[in-house]
Design a protein. Structure first.
Lengths: 172, 410
């Protein structure tokens, strides 16, 4: 299996839906409309000659100022063909939803939670879409490009009253 | 396959709070010696039997991926050490390879060989920490002392090349931070000659030890199918009988030219994970010996790429050439520009597939860096493997999965 054969197979199976299949630095990047994501992923996983059975990586990217603003990137691995394919799903800011892949790969569970936590991308029908790395009471999505790098002021005895007064847990 | 779930802490705590259940909910961690870092486990117990368990992570989240976006490509290497702090050189390698893929630059064979040698030593060092702490969790104190004795030697080697024992930052985009010192190869030779016998010592203590067999055989079993579904990688996956090793599957840094085997387990239990990791240490020794021999044969040579767009001119040139001085200054203040695009590289770290996804917008700083952290993904399988076992087995199982919480939370 190589990039040429796989892109042919994908074009045959999804002639209308896949708008862009390109090769970059030896990787195959396939842009998938989000309505087709589950169908394409299932096709790649279950077709006997393809067998991309391993979901290696899933992450969000924020392209601020571009439309669609967000992108979810999936890397699928075929153990029998020693080949990797990258799926990219554009996600508009106005409706940041993507269908979940947890039904096909349970491993998507935490990776989707992380993408939600960091970018606010909502994975439809995810079993428990909650924050995973950030505290539950955190407001906003830290890895978005419009969130500046911040820091927590260090509390010493002389200024801890002042700092604690600003904290969420004191307000409750 | 929809039955494979990963519960969140809320799903266990809320039913218990409302009094719907007879089971007891117990909090284990975040500070607990057997969680190997800052991991909180919410346990649902029926007596001593684990009914359900929800790992709660994020206590060590330091925003490394976000911070890297504000550093130049070269400076961001330093942050990669801090993810999986037991295998800093593997992290360096994964990141550096991804950036080099974007740059499309050629790396000298000598540099690749040094990288292979050092990452294999890292693998041994990391497995030694796993072995020591795993045995310690099951009350076998002496293995820990033996394992850390040899780990010191590996850290000494790291200190020799990079000046740092743990946070090495030795691999840089385009090559290495410095050239090897003269006493590097003899020191490594001495280590490699003795290490094989030390692995026999650990095996003497554990492999046929009845207590060890009792505590690890049949504990935390996961089938090959489930392991793939959960995205397990590294020794955890191979112990279930799946032959997935990135060094063989999609080789990098010239691994295809080394002669080594991939140890595979059968049952996917703690004992097989133990056997696989022990066998992996022996294979790492084999690779390291070959790499060492090649370096001896090769003699001195370049330690960085010849591409001057990435690495500064050599020091002696700076003393007489104004252009070289400016060049050097530009590289260290502004950094080099990386072509627009995105690339992903997955390497075999001691814990599994460590992937780095780098997006470049054409500037001198990465637009986005994402780590496919093997510990993070391996930890998801913990509930599935722990259900129905005793709580004492959960401690053994956590150790057997070998998570590093710095990498889980990044």
């Amino acid at each position: 299996m190589d990039n040429v054969i796989l892109s042919q197979r994908l074009r045959e199976a999804f002639p209308q839906e896949l708008t862009s299949i390109r090769e970059f630095r030896g990787e195959l990047h396939v842009v998938v409309p989000r309505e087709q994501l589950v169908a394409v992923a299932q096709f790649l996983r279950d077709t006997p000659e393809l067998r991309y059975i391993y979901l290696e990586n899933l992450c969000g990217v924020d392209y601020l100022g571009r439309e669609p603003r967000f992108e979810v990137v999936y890397h699928l691995l075929s153990l029998s063909h020693r080949h990797r394919v990258c799926l990219k799903v554009g996600v508009p800011e106005a409706d940041p939803t993507v269908p979940t892949l947890t039904r096909l790969w349970p491993t998507a569970n935490w990776q989707e939670r992380e993408a939600y936590d960091m970018f606010g991308i909502i994975f439809r029908n995810h079993p428990s879409l909650e924050r995973i790395l950030m505290p539950e009471d955190w407001e906003g999505y830290p890895q978005r490009k419009d969130v500046p790098l911040g820091y927590e002021e260090v509390a010493f005895t002389f200024n801890q009253d002042e700092i604690y007064a600003q904290k969420h847990f004191v307000k409750e | 396959m929809t039955t494979l779930t990963v519960p969140s802490p809320r799903e266990i705590i809320e039913p218990a709070r409302s009094g719907q259940k007879e089971t007891m909910v117990l909090n284990m961690g975040p500070h607990h010696p057997s969680t190997h870092g800052v991991l909180r486990l919410v346990l649902e117990l029926d007596g001593e039997v684990v009914v359900n368990v929800a790992p709660d992570v994020g206590y060590l989240h330091t925003g490394i991926e976000k911070t890297m976006e504000s550093k130049t490509y070269q400076k961001a290497v330093v942050l990669t050490d801090r993810t999986d702090y037991l295998a800093p050189l593997s992290n360096n390698l994964s990141y550096v390879l991804a950036v080099e893929k974007l740059l499309d630059c050629e790396i000298p064979i000598r540099v690749q060989t040094i990288r292979v040698l050092l990452t294999e030593l890292t693998r041994i060092g990391s497995h030694l920490v796993w072995l020591g702490t795993h045995a310690l969790d099951l009350a076998a104190m002496s293995v820990f002392l033996y394992a850390f004795r040899e780990r010191e030697k590996i850290l000494d080697i790291f200190e020799l090349v990079s000046g740092a024992r743990m946070m090495t930052s030795y691999f840089r985009v385009g090559g290495l931070a410095y050239d090897l010192t003269d006493d590097f190869l003899p020191t490594v030779k001495h280590f490699l000659d003795h290490m094989s016998g030390h692995i026999d010592e650990y095996e003497d203590l554990l492999t046929r030890n009845p207590l060890w067999l009792e505590r690890s055989m049949g504990v935390g079993v996961i089938s090959a199918e489930d392991a793939i579904a959960y995205g397990l990688s590294g020794a955890n996956l191979r112990a279930s009988g799946v032959n997935l090793d990135m060094r063989k599957l999609i080789p990098y840094s010239g691994y295809e030219t080394y002669d080594f085997d991939v140890p595979i387990g059968k049952n996917g239990d703690n004992y097989d994970r133990y056997l696989v990791r022990i066998a992996e240490m022996r294979q790492s020794l084999r690779i390291a010996q070959q790499a060492h021999q090649r370096l001896v044969d090769m003699g001195p040579g370049p330690y960085v790429t010849a591409d001057r767009k990435i690495v500064p001119p050599p020091k002696h040139e700076i003393t007489y050439s104004m252009e070289s001085l400016i060049h050097h200054f530009k590289l260290w203040t502004e950094g080099f520009k990386v072509p627009r695009g995105d690339a992903y590289v997955g390497i075999e770290s001691p814990r599994g597939i460590l992937g780095t996804y780098v997006v470049s917008d054409g500037g001198p700083k990465p637009y986005r860096v994402h780590f496919r952290a093997p510990s993070f993904i391996n930890l998801q399988a913990l509930p599935h493997m722990a259900r129905g076992r005793l709580m004492a087995d959960l401690v053994a199982l956590t150790a057997s999965l070998d998570p590093v919480l710095g990498e889980v939370d990044r």
